[in-house]
Design a protein around this ligand. Structure first.
Ligand SMILES: *Cc1c(COP(=O)(O)O)cnc(C)c1O
Length: 350
């Protein structure tokens, strides 16, 4: 006999990137920021009082809400604090999808979407991006209750410009929520924040994990009309963000100078790594994120992945359609990127 729901038994579950205990490895596999968080984050945590631990947190994370609202030019009522961007995805699926209400998204994309859809037992409309990662033109006509576009997309690093996203949202109006997953928008030239002013069916997802170096802390947020935020808030855990993470994430988002200087460094390295990989024979489309998706000259990305592991370098390989000849490589520090390029130069010569 089985104790669990059929959909749970059948589910493979989300496969997180490998987290080695050996701190000396060159870890370019989970799109973490290679730089530490702002020193102001550590100072803010150190200033916390025991009372802040004893008490429950402010349920809506007011301090962060205000800071994020200011930065994004919206009211605090337009922000929902979440325990990582992934928490917002869980909340959205629970609030919007069921057996009769489908989710739709272009693929290949973030693999968590399909896991959450199966948990929710909802129909899924997966529509392939074309060769150069343009939106499938049938995306507005799926009848789904929740349409997701990861923008910039993972693992392609590609971007859909704001006017095209606006056109999609307009077509979906009164029929579907459009959730724009902007986990990587900190590294891109395009953000769709302003669509929230114009349209009542748009939710923007942001993460503090990548641009702000806080993946271990777990903090992300939604930007949407207050009417949307209040519906999502009904579904969240009562205390979905903890007091330490509210204090830390607020200090991080208020230190824009530190944040921007890291983003500039990562974008510069992204350009350098892209050019160097192309010289080594990889096909590397321009990326709007903190990683690149590199097509291997040999076509055998799995073998190359193993060779890099032998050099103590970890990147991400996906055994999925359209991805078996590619490696997703996070942009690290200059030193880490040099180690990667040296190993690849050698590996290709093997
Ligand atoms: C990292 C990421 C998120 C959110 O991650 P959190 O660590 O939970 O904030 C959401 N979507 C995509 C595509 C991501 O890569």
């Amino acid at each position: 006999m089985s104790y669990f729901r059929q959909s749970i038994e059948n589910l493979k579950g989300y496969a997180p990137g490998f987290q080695p205990s050996d701190q000396t490895v060159v870890k370019l596999n989970t799109n973490e920021n290679p730089y530490p968080p702002s020193p102001k984050v550590i100072e803010a945590i150190q200033r916390m009082s025991p009372d802040q631990m004893r008490r429950y947190p402010p349920a809506m994370g007011d301090a962060f809400r205000e800071a994020a609202a200011e930065l994004n030019g919206v009211t605090p009522g337009s922000i929902l604090c979440c325990n990582g961007g992934d928490d917002l995805l869980t909340i959205a699926f629970r609030a919007l999808c069921d057996e009769n209400r489908a989710a739709a998204y272009p693929t290949p994309t973030y693999s968590l979407y399909s896991v959450l859809a199966r948990l929710q037992n909802c129909p899924v409309k997966e529509l392939p991006f074309d060769e150069t990662f343009n939106l499938p033109n049938t995306l507005a006509g799926t009848g789904a209750a929740l349409t997701i576009v990861c923008n910039p997309n993972a693992p392609s690093g590609s971007i859909i410009e704001a006017p095209e996203m606006r056109a999609l949202a307009e077509k979906l109006k009164n029929r579907s929520i459009l959730l724009i997953d902007e986990a990587y928008a900190d590294f891109s030239k395009t953000k769709c924040t302003r669509l929230v002013d114009e349209l009542d069916n748009v939710i923007i997802l942001r993460s503090m994990s990548k641009g702000y170096s806080l993946a271990g802390l777990r903090f992300g947020y939604a930007i949407a009309r207050p009417e949307i935020i209040s519906e999502l808030a009904k579904v969240k855990d009562s205390y979905n963000v903890n007091t330490v993470s509210i204090v830390a994430a607020t200090a991080a988002i208020r230190d824009q100078d530190y944040f921007l200087s890291n983003v500039i460094k990562i974008k510069a390295e992204r350009g350098r790594v892209t050019v160097a990989l192309r010289k080594l024979g990889f096909d590397v489309p321009d990326s709007e994120t903190n990683f690149v998706l590199a097509k291997c000259p040999s076509g055998n990305a799995s073998a190359l992945y193993e060779k890099l592991v032998k050099h103590n370098i970890f990147v991400r390989y996906f055994d999925l359609p359209r991805l078996t000849d590619k490696l997703r490589i996070t942009i690290g520090t200059r030193q880490q990127n040099d180690a990667l390029l040296a190993a690849l130069g050698g590996a290709e010569a093997d």
